[in-house]
Design a protein. Structure first.
Length: 310
């Protein structure tokens, strides 16, 4: 906001002075007309598109300026001799009569700007070029987005489940997730999140909790799989709706995959539902592939996936 305001203030001041300078030299130009006038000052006819490209303005902007200049008697339009579908623009005799005075004006302005450069401790043109280059390479929006993501990532911590600290959150997060999507919590769900230590951890599994500034906001559990084709089944994936979109699910699934590798796992399994589109897409990003649905543990399951660890 401050940068934009300062630049607008400087622009307004210079533009007001420009109007006074044209009046001083008895030149009937408006400051915003000058780039178009200068592009036509050599006398060549030019299409509107060519003028817009030359001065770095949009086609509609140049068209509006040319309409105003035409009303002032400075330009006229005609059909191109090379292409009857194209309109070209040139200065009128009145416009051409102003070019010599404008060139003198420009020489005097250049000297005035040179004096300002000599009196200044900073090179304004070089600074503007640097900033324009930096913003072209990476916009202010993208820079703020990156910093926001870095800050949020630093506030997220993935920890192992502690029954005393995380039991209620593990249940509440999963119950909220299931009820919001499916309306009903199944008996198998209660079996898993009412007694997570006995039913998951003591059976050889593991539970990860995502903390945001110390508060539990997400869960992902790994159960030892009874199916001999798999080492772990990933279950009870939930992220609080209040913090979705901050990469918490990604951090949780990375923790699960890393744990499986550390403990010698080679193949993971999970069940899901097409309503969990964001979660399914996340699994796909990490290499899970869809398999035929067979003997699902939950009535809501209509997707089964597996991941072979390299």
């Amino acid at each position: 906001m401050a940068i934009g305001s300062r630049l607008r203030m400087l622009t307004d001041k210079v533009t007001a002075d420009a109007a006074g300078i044209y009046e001083l030299y008895h030149v009937e130009l408006r400051p915003k007309w000058f780039p178009v006038f200068f592009a036509l000052a050599e006398g060549a006819e030019k299409p509107v598109t060519a003028i817009a490209k030359e001065i770095g303005h949009t086609h509609p902007s140049v068209s509006n300026i040319l309409k105003e200049m035409k009303q002032a008697g400075l330009v006229h339009f005609k059909t191109s001799k090379r292409d009857a579908r194209q309109t070209v623009v040139s200065l009128t005799p009145k416009g051409r009569s102003m070019t010599a005075t404008v060139h003198l004006l420009l020489e005097d302005v250049a000297r005035a700007v040179k004096q300002m450069e000599e009196d200044s401790d900073h090179d304004l043109w070089a600074a503007l070029q640097d900033w324009e280059g930096l913003l072209s390479a990476k916009s202010l929006l993208q820079r703020v987005t990156d910093i926001k993501e870095q800050r949020e990532a630093s506030e997220i911590e993935i920890v192992s489940f502690n029954d005393e600290l995380h039991h209620e959150a593990f249940r509440a997060l999963n119950e909220e997730w299931i009820r919001d999507l499916f309306g009903v919590v199944e008996e198998g769900d209660y079996y898993e999140f009412d007694h997570p230590v006995e039913n998951i951890i003591q059976q050889g599994g593991h539970i990860f909790i995502a903390l945001l500034r110390g508060k539990p906001v997400g869960t992902f559990a790994m159960m030892r799989c009874k199916n001999p084709n798999y080492d772990y089944e990933l279950v009870k994936f939930a992220v609080s709706p209040e913090v979705q979109g901050q990469g918490i699910g990604r951090r949780l699934i990375e923790a699960c995959i890393a744990y499986a590798r550390r403990t010698g796992g080679y193949r993971l399994f999970l069940e899901s539902n097409h309503k969990c589109a964001a979660a399914v897409h996340l699994y796909e990003r990490y290499g899970f592939r869809h398999i035929k649905v067979e003997h699902p543990a939950f009535a809501r399951c209509d997707i089964q996936m597996e991941l072979e660890l390299q």
